[in-house]
Design a protein around this ligand. Sequence first.
Ligand code: UDP
Length: 368
Amino acid sequence: MKTNYDYLVVGAGLYGAVFAYEAKKKGKTCLVIDKRSHIAGNVYCENVHGINVHKYGAHIFHTSDKKIWDYVNQFAEFNNYINSPVAVYKDELYNLPFNMNTFSKMWGIRTPEEAKKKIAEQIEELHITEPKNLEEQALSLVGTDVYEKLIKGYTEKQWGRDCKELPAFIIKRLPLRFIYDNNYFNDRYQGIPIGGYTAIVEKMLDGVDVLLDTDYFAFVKEHADIAPKTVFTGMIDEFYGFKLGVLEYRTVRFETEELDCENYQGNAVVNYTDREVPYTRIIEHKHFEFGKQPTTVISREYSKEWEKGDEPYYPVNNDKNNELYQKYKELADEENKVIFGGRLGGYKYYDMDKVIAAALEMCEAELN
Ligand code: UDP
């Protein structure tokens, strides 16, 4: 470690790593610190007998932005994985996202016209004019049956809130199609980096000073003058000592185990959409990379409300929290020595491509 840097970057996840990489290209120095004992934030993968285990939840890269796709391909080659989750509701099994395979299984129908008619009949009875929340949004898109079997239970487990209290945009993340196509994303580009995500972040941070196991709040007390500017990718409310209130997050508990079988569930992602099963989904990591290893590693995901000390995963972007975030953002906008970014710094349910795009945009403004 040197005594002085141009930037202190807090968090070695995608946002911080993109910034450090771009800053280095411009001849600026960064010290990247992270409280965890590894780099790569939540995209970190751990190799277990040849299987890249997504330690902090499944990450599937997808984007429609050619610039971002070319950008990440500098750091890794991507495979041709297409995410096609399966949903288990009680003893029934459906394809996701909501498409002709789902509808034909649900209603014994075959054509798009029949599916549209079925959904239209269900929607008509509801009299929803302008969807005000996730429940109304979901119902007005897919009707009652799909909502009750594939959305309501999963969403309430995942968010710990009634679907009427959740913002509509969450459900708009999922495609709705009247073709037989189980691709979970509409994006032009999709895949998993061959060799895992950690290697991407390693390349971004090549030649950059990194301090792990380092908590920012303790570190700045000792090294207040380490850099004239800070890029902070931690929780914005924690930065301010939670003085205006605590922003809500969901956290995930992973129950991960290696099984002595070659193929446990036949798919990378299986969602459990009824309320009775306590976990939301099971990830079988090897299928992201078409693994042929003799064993397999699976993770059951249990969602719960975030409390201090837990890992924050999903910002709960309802009105109450968005208003509180705006107040923190007003403080943040006043800062001329600190830049906030990433899912936690921006309190936004970002996908990876959006995090990278936001980081590059910030680099453009900051480094030129
Ligand atoms: N969702 C659902 N049923 C499913 C999968 C997803 O109702 O089987 C809803 C749920 O509300 C979830 C949202 O769609 O929060 C977004 O799902 P996505 O798979 O994008 O979540 P992520 O992969 O980010 O956890």
